[in-house]
Ligand binder design. Structure first.
Ligand code: 9MR
Length: 321
C-alpha cells in the first residue's frame, strides 16, 4: 500500500546538524540485530528507557547493578552518540528501603545524596546531560509548585536545589536538567516551572536545561509549543524535547497515520526553530518495543513493529533538512 511507508534516503542523524536526534533505548532489545542497526544508523543520542532509574540500579540496599546501563552507554559510545542520563530522582521506581524513610529527613537526605554521588560518579565523563529530577511539579502550580512525593514531604521543597548542587559537584561537565510532562505548552504547570527556573538561575543553582517529555495524543500538540520553548531558553537555559511520541486511538487508518506525521513534524519544528533547543529524543523508536500507558492507544513510534519507517520519518527528515 502506498502512503504509509517512507521514502527516505540516508539517515536521520545525517541531517541533524547543530541539534541531536535521540532515542530512548531498552536493554531488553540488545539481542535484536535489526533494532541495533536502526538505532545506530538513525540516531546520534541515546537515553536509557529504564536502566538508570534508582530502583533499577540499586536492586537491594547498597547493591548497585550497573550491567544493563553500562551496556547502553557502551553501545552509545560505539555509535558515537551523546548520552542523556535519566534520572536520579523520580517519585516512581524508588527502592523499598528508601521509600521506608518517609518522614525521616536526615536519613533520607543522606541516602539521596549518596545515590546521586554514586550514579553520577559511576558514569562521570560519559553523560552529556542528566535529568536530575523527573516529574517533580504538581499540575496546577499551587503551593510550592511541587507534587507531593517522598522527597517533597520528607525533605521539603529545597530538595530539588540540593539535588542540582550535588549532581553538579559529582559531574561538573554534565548539563543538568529538570524534566517533566505537560509543560510543552504555556499553562499553569509550565508557568510555575518558568518561575522556579528563573528563581534558581538568580540564586546560582546549577540548572542548565529544561526537558519537555512530549508524550502526545495525536492532534494535541500545543499551538504555543515553540513560543513556550523560546521563553524558557530566554531565561538562559537549554531546552530539550526528551520523550517524544505521538499515539492515536487504535485501530490506525491512513488518515491517522498522515496526521501523526504532521504532528511529528510540528514537534520537531518547534525545537529546530529555537536556537537553544538542543535536540529531540523520541521515547522508543519502534512499535515493537513501545511503552503504551494509555489504554486503547498505540502505534506511537517512528518505525513500525517490523522496522518499516513510517511516513513520520519522512516528515521528520524534511524538518531536519
Ligand atoms: O517507558 C518506560 C517504561 O518502560 C517503564 O515501565 C516506566 C516505569 O519505569 O517508565 C517509562 O518511561 C517513563 C519515563 O521514565 C518518564 N516519563 C514517562 C515515561 C513513559 O511512561
Amino acid at each position: 500500500m502506498l502512503g504509509t511507508g517512507s521514502s527516505i534516503e540516508g539517515h536521520l542523524r545525517d541531517h541533524a546538524k547543530e541539534k541531536y536526534i535521540g532515542a530512548a533505548a531498552t536493554s531488553k532489545a540488545l539481542g535484536d540485530e535489526k533494532y541495533l542497526e536502526v538505532l545506530g544508523q538513525e540516531f546520534n543520542a541515546m537515553s536509557p528507557e529504564n536502566e538508570m532509574k534508582w530502583g533499577f540500579l540499586e536492586t537491594s540496599k547498597g547493591n548497585y547493578e550497573w550491567d544493563n546501563a553500562d551496556k547502553l552507554v557502551a553501545l552509545a559510545e560505539e555509535n558515537n552518540m551523546k548520552f542523556r542520563g535519566h534520572t536520579f530522582l523520580w517519585h516512581k521506581r524508588i527502592p523499598d528501603y528508601a521509600m521506608a524513610l518517609d518522614g525521616k529527613k536526615s536519613e533520607l537526605q543522606k541516602v539521596v545524596k549518596d545515590h546521586i554521588n554514586k550514579v553520577a560518579g559511576h558514569f562521570k565523563g560519559k553523560i552529556y546531560a542528566w535529568d536530575v529530577v523527573n516529574e517533580v511539579l504538581n499540575q496546577d502550580g499551587s503551593g510550592n509548585k511541587l507534587r507531593d512525593s517522598l522527597f517533597s514531604r520528607t525533605l521539603g521543597s529545597g530538595f530539588v536545589e540540593e539535588a542540582f548542587h550535588t549532581a553538579h559537584a559529582a559531574d561538573p561537565n554534565a548539563k543538568l536538567y529538570i524534566n517533566d510532562y505537560g509543560i510543552e505548552g504555556k499553562n499553569k504547570k509550565s508557568d510555575a516551572l518558568y518561575e522556579l527556573v528563573k528563581e534558581w538561575k538568580a540564586k546560582g543553582v546549577p540548572v542548565h536545561g529544561v526537558g519537555m517529555q512530549a508524550h502526545f495524543r495525536e492532534g494535541n500538540i500545543p499551538t504555543n509549543y515553540q513560543h513556550n520553548i523560546q521563553r524558557f531558553s530566554d531565561l538562559g537555559v537549554d531546552v530539550a524535547i526528551t520523550e517524544l511520541n505521538i499515539r492515536y486511538k487504535l485501530p490506525g487508518s491512513a488518515d491517522k497515520k498522515a496526521k501523526q506525521a504532521q504532528d511529528y513534524s510540528h514537534a520537531f519544528s518547534a525545537c529546530m526553530n529555537v536556537e537553544r533547543c538542543v535536540g529531540v529524543t523520541v521515547w522508543g523508536f519502534t512499535d515493537k518495543y513501545s511503552n503504551i500507558f494509555d489504554q486503547g492507544y498505540g502505534e506511537q513510534e517512528l518505525w513500525t513493529a517490523d522496522f518499516e519507517p513510517k511516513s513520520s520519518v519522512d516528515a521528520v527528515e524534511k524538518v531536519l533538512k
